[in-house]
Design a protein around this ligand. Structure first.
Ligand SMILES: Nc1ncnc2c1ncn2[C@@H]1O[C@H](COP(=O)(O)O)[C@@H](OP(=O)(O)O)[C@H]1O
Ligand SMILES: [Mg+2]
Length: 273
């Protein structure tokens, strides 16, 4: 992504994520009702309020690109297959954590270009932490609105390894992780795309996700993690791609900080996929 375009877009999209975060926090501080979608996942007024802010904000940017969002009607593959650029959005990732009020939820906005995540912004509204990256511009963290931007980077695989895992979904994958990382790995449960951000800032090494996630759950954080030096790989060791077909479900994956390791071989030796 060219220098000026990447920088200007990151600023605009970062500010937009913060506005969506404000809309979420206005609801977080009050009593709110929880509905359940057809797939039994929770939905609150906060998901919809953030969706509204983000959809209006992205539509006001120039140029206007199409949007795929968890909280909008999905356009059919016949239309999506023509796209070279589009926004991929999860206005509130970690709705279960929002409902539990543990702060582990995020606003996620990614720009996809030819199936790659080339710009990503992840905001944790409760702490005010914002993670942002654009291809070729590195990965950055801002502790609070108006704060200084700090460049972040992954670390070399540590021993004992630290593993970020879902708080609400998927098994612990203990045998696989022990096989890949040694018996002494430490597990840190965490909701939402914050797991990727933990690895991106060098505070964890691995996040192994078995079971379903959708493209909007991973896209923004993938750009952050890649620009910080890490990778998001399917269980065959192939980097993640977006807008691949009718289904918007991701394959199972591993997110890693140390991309100098032969993860394909480690996955195979651990009996995956
Ligand atoms: N059966 C399922 N199908 C699709 N996605 C699922 C799923 N179960 C969980 N997820 C995804 O996992 C995300 C939460 O992951 P985690 O538990 O690691 O925080 C959810 O994000 P949302 O909260 O945005 O719906 C949801 O998208
Ligand atoms: Mg989500």
């Amino acid at each position: 992504m060219s220098g000026a375009l990447g920088h200007a877009l990151l600023e605009q999209v970062g500010a937009l994520a913060r506005r969506a975060g404000d809309a979420i926090m206005a609801i977080y501080r009050q009593d709110f009702e929880v509905e359940f979608k057809a797939d039994h996942s929770p939905l609150t007024a906060a998901d919809l309020a953030a969706q509204k802010v983000i959809a209006a904000g992205l539509a006001s940017l120039d140029p206007v690109w199409p949007i795929v969002s968890e909280e909008a009607r999905q356009l059919p593959w016949e239309q999506r297959r023509q796209w070279t650029r589009y926004w991929l959005v999860d206005p509130l990732d970690g709705t279960r954590e929002f409902v539990k009020r543990n702060g582990e939820f995020t606003v996620n906005i990614a720009l996809i270009e030819n199936h790659h995540s080339v710009l990503g912004v992840v905001l944790a509204p409760v702490t005010g932490e914002l993670f942002a990256a654009a291809q070729g511009h590195g990965a950055w963290q801002q502790a609070h609105e108006g704060g200084a931007w700090q460049r972040i980077a992954t670390r070399a695989l540590a021993r004992p390894a630290r593993v970020a895992g879902s708080r609400s979904h998927g098994g612990a994958q203990e045998d696989t992780l022990r096989h890949m990382l040694g018996d002494d790995y430490q597990l840190q449960p965490l909701g939402s795309s914050l797991k990727f951000c933990l690895i991106a800032r060098g505070a964890a090494d691995v996040y192994l996700r078995r079971g379903p996630t959708s493209e909007w759950d991973t896209a923004a954080a993938q750009c952050v993690l890649e620009e910080a030096g890490g990778a998001v790989l399917d269980l065959h060791g192939q980097p993640f791609r977006y807008n691949r077909g009718e289904s918007l479900l991701n394959p199972e994956f591993i997110a890693v900080g140390d991309s100098g390791i032969d993860w394909t071989r480690k996955l195979r030796d651990a009996g995956l996929p």
